[in-house]
Write a protein that binds this ligand. Sequence first.
Ligand code: CA
Ligand code: ZN
Length: 301
Amino acid sequence: MKIVPGDKVIYKFSPCMEAVMTVSPGDTVKVETNDCFFQQVTSEEQVLNEIDYDRLNPATGPIYVEGAEPGDLLKVKIVSIDVKEKGVAAVVPNEGVLGDLVTKPIIRVLNIEDGHAVFHGIKLPIRPMIGVIGVAPAEEDGQWATDSPWKHGGNMDTTDIRAGSTLYLPVSQKGALLALGDCHAVMGDGEICFTGLEVPAEVVLEIDLIKGKATKWPLVETDDYTAVIASGDDLDGAIYEAASQAVKHIKDSLGIDWEDAYIIASLSVDLKISQVVDPKMTARAAIPKYVVSTQKLIESV
Ligand code: CA
Ligand code: ZN
């Protein structure tokens, strides 16, 4: 299996990036990811403003996918996410949903053992996920720092992007140029306090390509649904984008009137909050597979 080492990182998803490895559709690749602090935070006694902020949110890659061209859909099956044995969470003044209530910065380093992170005697079952994963953006969208989500993916901080799920990213540049990092051992929807349980990880991905089916926003497929992951300046904007694309997917894949698709969405689609703490907010609209299968949904794009 090809391995992308963790020292090959980017801090910006740019339309033009130099690949560190080439894979072919169908290949399995192991990616070593860094935590969002690039492992600079190791103890609870550390002072957060003393770390190098230029090294936050590294994404390992980019990986060039042979044959990928603008207009294609990159299919990324997440086979496994093996997290290291320690995770970091932090509270930072003026960050997170309740940033105005934070009086002092704190760091907590949690041990991860037997599938649990332990904190204040609570055993939190881990549910590893990928926070940052994306491809080179379109020229018209410009470059995006790795701390922001957008149409290319990026810092979507979406709990559904975990082992067993499949992520679909619209390709805007030749080779797609996939990069990822910022895994969380566990996180609640929303990422309320500004961090998940931040951990380095080894991520195994199966990479494939669907020609000519680029969606407007990334999709994530779980056992039960296909979710449109959309971002906006605020949650309202993110929800509008996710919902409008979900209704369009239902309409196009079932070949029905927009109004009927809108009703079906209202009766079956769950709107979920991905994160509300990054430079853009992210929401997702989950279309149940009993309404339309992921395959049928993508075929109608
Ligand atoms: Ca993140
Ligand atoms: Zn993170």
